[in-house]
Design a protein. Sequence first.
Lengths: 148, 173
Amino acid sequence: MKECGKKNFLNILMNKLILFLLFIICSLQVSVEEGQVNFDKDAYPFTSETKESLFYSLLNELRCPKCQSSNLAGSNSPISNDLKREVYELVVEGKSSRQIKDHLVDRYGNFIIYNPPIEPATYALWFGPFILILLSALVIILVRKRII
Amino acid sequence: MKKIIDALPLVVFASLIIVLFSFLSDKDDQLETALIDSSFPDFNLGSLSDESRLLTKQDIIKLPALINVWATWCIACRVEHPFLMKLKEESILTIYGLNYKDNKLKALDLLERDGNPFEFSIYDFEGRLAIDLGVYGAPETFFIDKNGLIRERHVGVIDERVWEEKFSKYLNE
């Protein structure tokens, strides 16, 4: 009987461990995909390295409006290529990251940036998780103190 | 009190499900339009029918008007074509075309064959005016009021229902 309980415990532990590993692997996958951009660098020639790195960081931060779940860097749709050209031209003109993002937000709305500004429409997005954490903490405390 | 608190998670969960489901029934994935109530962007592009004729914002003079983003590669554009023809034939309002990333000959051919609902079509092969309008696909339709302001935008096929729901109210202003 005791033996059986031990086996059960080991089983549960193994299951948890596998779940945990799966979770880690899944998160790794995402970060690899984000970091990897295969690019024909010759298509966008730059005279300075700062401009070049600004260009590629913007491509990672800007969202493709057509595909909706990938950034400009990861999309080869015609609209993405047009926007890459637009961003390229603005970078070459010497516009700052802020100016370029504003330029695109004026046309496509906040949707186009993966890092939306904090404003009433995005309060739930920015503060929602913290409120949930607070609520959960509150519930846990109440349960522990046997108030509930 | 205890009963209420016990029921709370269920209530919260149920309302979350309801909220998320309501997003599901939002069938068109229309992006917000950043340009509502702003004036039509400046442009400088050739005409589809005559490349030597340069068109600018000053050529869009018959207002109120629709600007319809179309292309021959866009199947949905053919679906809405008869409705645009109807708007033109019944002289409801002027329609300007924005021919988007298209083959010029094919585009002219299509207008020849199926009829031309447009006062003229702007030929935007590189999608420049399209970016200034926040276009992300075709078809898209913009309503410009008599003061030259963009008042409404629709992504997807425009038909009788869309016209009645989204556009016609601006015509009667």
